[in-house]
Structures are given as C-alpha cells and as structure tokens.
Ligand binder design. Structure first.
Ligand code: BGC
Length: 430
C-alpha cells in the first residue's frame, strides 16, 4: 500500500467511524467494556447566573496555569489574574507527592502575588486533563496518565484528595477543591456560560478529547455533562507507521485516536515516514504554511532535521507527507465530532455550538478549515447548524464556573477551623 493510500480517510471511512463511535458510546454509557470512557462529570452546564470570584488550577500538559475569575452573572465574567508555569520532566515523571506539592506551591505564589483577600475561604476549580474515573463533582481517581506524564502513585488515587492535602501542607487549608473538571468540560462550561446552544466541548492540542451535555431522557432528570475520552477510541484502521509509533510510545495500545490526531504525535508520525527523529507538530505546521515557489522554508526545516530536500520534488514530497497526516487527523476529528453531535441530536434538529480549543486546531494552518469541510461532506447543508467556535483558555475559566455552581456544597464536607476562616466568618457576620 502506498503512503497516500495508507493515510486516506474517505467519506465511507468517516461514516464507518461514526457508526462505530455510536456503538462504543452506547457500550460506555451502559457500563459495558468500551474504548470510550463516557465518564459522568457530575455537573450540568452553567446557567450564566453563577457569581463570585474563584480560583482555577489548570493542569493539562507541561504548561499549567493558575487563574482567578470573577463571575458577574448574566453570562459575564472577568479574568482577575493569570500565572503560567512550566513543569519539567523530573516533576512529571517523579513522585506524585512532589508533583502535587509543586502545584500547591504555585497556587501559593499566585495567591500571594495576584489573588485578592488571601486567607479567606476560597473555592478552587481543578482542571485535570487526564482520564479520571470521576466519582463526584470533587472526587475522582486517575485511570491512566497520558501525554507523557508518569508521576508515580497517582494512577488509582483520588487527585482531589492529593491536591487538597498538598494545599494544606503548604498552609493553604483555606482553599478547597470545589470541582474536578476535565479540560473539555471546562471549555464547554466557559462557552455555555453565555451561549445556551453550546453543548459540545472539544480539545485538539497536545492530547485530544471531547465532552457533551446529555439531555435528560426522562423529564425531571438532571442534565449531565459526559467526558467521552475520545482519545482512546480504537475502532480505527492503523497503518504500519501508526503501529510503530504506538510501539515506541509510553502507553502502547492506548489512546489510538489520540495518536492519529493530537499534537503530541502528529510530528512523530511524519518523522517515521520521512526518517527524521525529532520531527514535531510545529514543524508540520510550518511546512504546510510554505506556499513559496521553491518551498524554501520546507528546505530549511528539512535541512535542520537532516532530511534530504535538495530537489523541488523532494520538498514537495515532504510537504505532501505532512499534508496527508494532518488531513487524516482533521477528518478523523470531524467524524468523531459528527458522531457526538448526532448522538445527542440524531436528526440535527437544533443548532449546536461546539466550543473548541487546543494548539492543533488553533495553530495548524489548515486543520480547522479541513475539519469543517469534512463535516460538510458528512452532513451537506445541515452542517451549517453546527457552529465550531474557538474558545481560547476556556478550560480554566470553565472550571471556575463549575466550581461556583458546586461551591456551596463543599465546606460542609471539610473540617475547616483555621484562624483565618473564623476571622472571615466574623467579618461576614456569620
Ligand atoms: C486526556 C483527556 C484530555 C485530552 C486533552 C487526553 O490525553 O486523556 O482527558 O481531555 O488529552 O487535553
């Protein structure tokens, strides 16, 4: 099979993905074995009336951030402060305790430098963008690390407990995790705070995943957001490069869709085809942006990576390989999204906003456009009922929003008797 054919996703393939996706979703929802997690988020979409100021800790990859958000109600919010931090390899592959103490220290730095009213009770939204078996709005155990994380002692443990303990050890017993949120759920919540049509959240960045708001089937039942964990979907045809990439990965046979779609792996696939070790997804974006006649940029990047690109034909080939791999990624994403939307609305009888974020979707020069074109191939003119909206940095803000909705419930569960709290109580006249 030639390279082109091995990366091709036809309309027929997309239809098959949709069918298989539906089947896996059903299995996951009914508790049967499935490659899709279908994990309840123990939260519904916000109403837009949530108010107050909340802290969010957003951990999804080697960069993480702490933010403070003021929710004003009426769908309006304001970011009061943001601090970005980087986690080095030692921390993400060392002990879990060290990782969580590091996170708590950075919350401490943030509180000292940015957040107002330190010392008083604060609720924190914890965006933890890994597959978690959520057991409540503020509890859940890590199923398996993804995206190169390996910190020991975290898989199988309650990550909210780990963070609360680390916060307490750092003298921040006044801050409690009110909500544990996946980044897709945060992104959905951030957009739906002001857009009622938003019912799907998607991330296509270092990793990939989606969530959707399940409408209650029986009247009176509550809506629930479901974290699909679509990165693990495994009903996809893999070629020899996919298999090789999987063998060399930290989590062989897991995250099959993620390894064909997300930024952590796209460059690696191109590297395997072209025989270049350090190919990254950013190189791919740069190569596919080169529209110069002599493909000079392609030549320069290839030169740096040690790939032969002397002749125009060699340069065109390199660009073509990148294009095949990223086009496949965009078409698999479109099919998966089509499956999610038709799961919640089989006939596309209403409008849907899809809140999306992530470096691949945002920064790759053609990804978003190709994904939308593929949706058009699948749905024809009905595709116009699906509005895909870039929702930048929604994951943290959304966690704050969900924390706001959950906040009233958490303090009862904690034995909280610090000086600062009693003081805050007196001031508030409790
Ligand atoms: C994780 C998801 C996450 C996604 C996007 C995946 O590797 O399993 O939980 O939502 O990356 O960050």
């Amino acid at each position: 099979m030639d390279i082109k054919e091995s990366f091709l996703i036809t309309l027929g393939d997309m239809r098959k993905i949709i069918k298989d996706f539906h089947r896996e979703m059903e299995k996951g929802l009914s508790g049967r074995k499935s490659s899709l997690g279908m994990i309840p988020a123990y939260a519904a979409r916000p109403t837009g009336s949530e108010k107050g100021s909340f802290i969010a800790l957003d951990l999804g990859g080697t960069n993480f951030r702490v933010i403070e958000v003021e929710l004003k109600g009426g769908g309006k919010s304001r970011i009061l402060g943001v601090k970005n931090f980087t986690l080095n390899k030692n921390i993400i592959t060392g002990s879990g305790e060290r990782l969580f103490l590091f996170l708590a220290s950075r919350v401490n730095d943030f509180i000292k430098s940015e957040a107002q009213g330190s010392g008083r009770r604060r609720e924190l939204g914890f965006t933890f963008s890994f597959p978690v078996n959520q057991t409540g709005i503020a509890s859940g155990t890590l199923v398996k690390w993804t995206k190169g994380f390996r910190a020991k002692g975290v898989e199988g443990a309650d990550v909210v407990k780990l963070l609360n303990e680390a916060l307490a050890k750092k003298g921040l017993g006044n801050i409690k995790v009110a909500a544990l949120v996946n980044d897709t759920v945060g992104t959905l919540a951030a957009r739906s705070y002001s857009d009622r049509a938003c019912d799907v959240g998607v991330i296509i960045g270092t990793g990939t995943n989606a969530c959707c708001a399940e409408r209650p089937r029986t009247s009176g039942a509550d809506e629930m957001i479901i974290n699909i964990e679509w990165g693990n979907f495994n009903k996809l045809r893999r070629n020899s490069y996919d298999k090789e990439l999987d063998r060399r990965s930290e989590n062989p046979s897991h995250q099959v869709l993620e390894k064909m779609v997300s930024g952590m792996y796209l460059g690696g696939l191109a590297g395997l085809v072209l025989g270049a070790g350090s190919f990254s997804s950013r190189h791919m974006s740069e190569i596919e942006s080169d529209v110069s006649r002599g493909l000079s940029r392609v030549g320069a990047i290839a030169g740096r990576l040690g790939i032969r690109a002397a002749t125009p034909m060699e340069r065109r080939f390199i660009k073509e390989v990148c294009c095949l791999i990223s086009t496949r990624a965009s078409r698999i994403s479109a099919a998966a999204l089509a499956a999610v939307v038709t799961k919640i609305d089989p006939k596309l009888s209403r409008r849907h906003t899809v809140a999306i974020d992530g470096s691949v979707y945002e920064k790759h020069p053609h990804f978003a456009k190709r994904m939308k074109l593929a949706l058009r191939e699948i749905f024809g003119s009905k595709a116009s009922g699906i509005r895909i909206v870039l929702t930048k940095d929604g994951s943290g803000k959304g966690a704050a929003i969900i924390a706001a909705a959950a906040a009233s419930k958490i303090w009862r569960h904690h034995d909280y008797k610090s000086e600062s709290d009693r003081h805050a109580g007196e001031v508030a006249g409790e």
